[in-house]
Design a protein around this ligand. Structure first.
Ligand SMILES: NC(=O)C1=CN([C@@H]2O[C@H](COP(=O)(O)OP(=O)(O)OC[C@H]3O[C@@H](n4cnc5c(N)ncnc54)[C@H](OP(=O)(O)O)[C@@H]3O)[C@@H](O)[C@H]2O)C=CC1
Ligand SMILES: CC(=O)N[C@@H](CCC(=O)OP(=O)(O)O)C(=O)O
Length: 307
């Protein structure tokens, strides 16, 4: 038996990469629309009626409307957009966040994928806050660099058309859309200062969180906490700085669903940089969507994914 899966927004950046990961699978039949009907609501409603699971790769407003369209048909949904990430009725689609999350995803009607930057930031912060190594109201700063596919078709056109600078910093109005989901899912009580940037390369991302450590805490304590939290995980690994540094390449995990976490210490042990590397279109979007789909269907979590 094959499951029917509809990727709404299949022609977009995230949608295309999900299709690539599902197209050859024998256990999945893609419900597809002809190009001239992909925004036709009658055709989309028919697709929702047929699908067991729909994956929304749409702008936020279109994702909210799609949920209403799917409702009469009872279609299970994975939303890649920002629309439902802090909605308490949706399950947050970061399987590794804690021991119970896979079961919650498996049973869910509605799963919301984390944002790409958020995946790295939450993966680093959540275990430390739960373990009491970082206060929930700590003044956290998050810096990051992403490949330009993170901005979807519009930003890709700017970079490939030569109208964007080779590297730019943004989010400086302190209103980036990932801040609410980072606060909620990391377990912070205070909004972090988040400064993302984009470089002239297509895919790949590094998220960095610099910390001054309190007296008595060492970088090794942070590493040990992350190692314990992610022990045995297939797609999230804690690595040594020497394995990925001293020059960390944001593209090192491209094409995979993996994320690497590391703690880079100062020589005297009083400071550290927490670092996450991932493919913004892998574990940061399309890979995570497929991982969540696999969990929801009860099949091998890594089916169709490169780890
Ligand atoms: N790119 C990334 O790294 C990540 C993206 N996301 C999220 O995934 C979602 C999709 O992003 P991304 O793939 O980058 O964006 P793109 O702009 O590349 O793709 C969006 C697609 O949605 C289509 N679309 C827009 N409105 C509708 C509608 N009403 N009905 C049907 N289709 C519609 C667009 O059509 P058309 O082709 O005609 O423009 C386009 O193909 C967004 O919410 C984004 O925030 C999440 C994590 C990471
Ligand atoms: C480079 C770039 O523009 N990145 C996007 C985030 C990409 C992502 O994670 O997607 P969501 O839109 O689903 O949150 C941004 O900063 O808005």
């Amino acid at each position: 038996m094959a499951w029917n899966v509809f990727i709404d927004g299949e022609a977009g950046t995230t949608g295309l990469q999900i299709r690539e990961r599902l197209i050859a699978r024998g256990d999945i039949t893609l419900v597809q629309l002809p190009d001239d009907r992909r925004k036709d609501d009658t055709a989309r409603a028919e697709a929702y009626a047929k699908a067991d699971v729909a994956i929304l790769c749409l702008p936020d407003d279109a994702a909210r409307a799609a949920v209403q369209m799917a409702k009469p048909h009872g279609t299970r949904i994975i939303d890649a957009s920002t629309a439902h990430r802090v909605n308490p009725d949706w399950v947050f689609g970061f399987a590794e966040i804690d021991a119970g999350q896979r079961a919650r995803i498996a049973a869910a009607q509605h799963v919301s994928n984390p944002g790409c930057y958020s995946t790295g930031a939450i993966a680093l912060l959540h275990p430390l806050i739960v373990a009491g190594l970082l206060e929930a109201d700590a003044p956290v700063t998050i810096n990051a660099v992403s490949g330009y596919t993170g901005g979807g078709k519009a930003l890709i056109a700017e970079f490939e058309g030569g109208t964007a600078p080779d590297h730019f910093v943004y989010g400086l109005e302190h209103k980036h859309k990932h801040i609410p989901e980072i606060v909620r899912s990391a377990g912070l009580n205070r909004a972090p200062v988040f400064v993302p940037s984009v470089g002239k390369y297509a895919q790949g991302m590094v998220v960095q969180i610099p910390l001054h450590l309190p007296d008595g805490q060492t970088p090794a304590d942070l590493t040990a906490c992350l190692q314990a939290h992610y022990a045995g995980q297939r797609f999230v690994q804690v690595v040594e700085p020497v394995d990925i540094g001293p020059r960390v390449d944001p593209q090192r995990l491209n094409g995979t669903n993996r994320m690497e976490l590391a703690v880079f210490p100062s020589e005297d042990g009083t400071r550290a940089v927490l670092l996450a590397v991932l493919d913004n279109l892998g574990k940061g979007a399309s890979g995570a969507a497929v991982q969540n789909l696999n969990i929801m269907l009860g099949v091998d979590e890594g089916a169709g994914l490169s780890g």
